[in-house]
Design a protein around this ligand. Sequence first.
Ligand SMILES: Nc1ncnc2c1ncn2[C@@H]1O[C@H](COP(=O)(O)OP(=O)(O)OP(=O)(O)O)[C@@H](O)[C@H]1O
Ligand SMILES: [Mg+2]
Length: 312
Amino acid sequence: MTDAPADAPREPATDTDAPADALHGPAADTDAPREPATAVDAVTCSGLRYCFGGTRAVDGLDLTVGAGEVFGLLGPNGAGKTTAIRCVTTLLPVPRGMVRVFGHDAAGERMAVRRLLGYVPQQLSADAGLTGRENVALFARVFDVPRRERAARVGQALEAVGLADAADRMAGTYSGGMVRRLELAQALVSAPRLLILDEPTIGLDPIARTGVWEHILAVRAAGGMTVLVTTHYMDEAAQYCDRVALMHKGRVRALGTPARLTDDLRARRGDGSSPTLEDVFRDVAGSGLDDPGEGGEFRDVRRTRNTASRVG
Ligand SMILES: Nc1ncnc2c1ncn2[C@@H]1O[C@H](COP(=O)(O)OP(=O)(O)OP(=O)(O)O)[C@@H](O)[C@H]1O
Ligand SMILES: [Mg+2]
């Protein structure tokens, strides 16, 4: 459970990607400035492009996430959601276009950006061979939580996700929902202003899914955090997200509140039906959902299964 699955896709040799755990490396103090004093958007992407060899994973992405929003990035397998998110976290470079996090340039101020965010990746980030508390303590250390605050902050993060009672059990004995909540605690221990969650509830039962969301919203209510989340569960997006963007083939194809998007589709159809967000998703993704060359590629399915099986 510690390592990524053996058959996990490898980055191409030309990819200047930092290692996945580089985000968790000690924060250097070299690239201040810290946050600007004025209120700015949490995330701004403009004309973002990212290619894996000949595959345009992100193809001119324009996106703004306001401070304090719960923002859902939706789209079919292979739409480019994870790639875009990894550019925002600075785990991937920004070869073309611009990405800012609370005003800081993800290309030029990587450490300043990293200090502002917590990230729960689509792939595994908890270590089965450590207890829950040890897992969170590890993140506290590498995120430079001051030594004398660490024990208390670790305890608070575990408490916030409902794992206080299980904190001293090995993470390998946790259920899928508990593992996802542990990963949430890891991301929260540094008190991020922006929490990025890549499919936080995939493979979980409905009760565990609700549990994860309740913890996310409780922490956000307490701290005013911004949340950027991807999910394939349209019911979750409709219920919990202030706004959503539907991505397809590397670009945003629809953007707005869930109610606005369903209203727009109803108006376009004009047949008196009441479309859901899933109908909007199908409308945007269109035939790409059925075309193995455009969405749902083998490696995407394999990756999704890997994620589901490790939390399931
Ligand atoms: N490491 C990689 N090497 C090569 N191609 C990749 C890599 N990662 C992603 N891709 C390709 O980039 C495109 C976008 O993938 P990405 O993972 O960003 O999609 P996604 O929207 O997150 O999909 P999912 O919903 O399945 O998680 C896909 O065509 C995918 O095959
Ligand atoms: Mg993804």
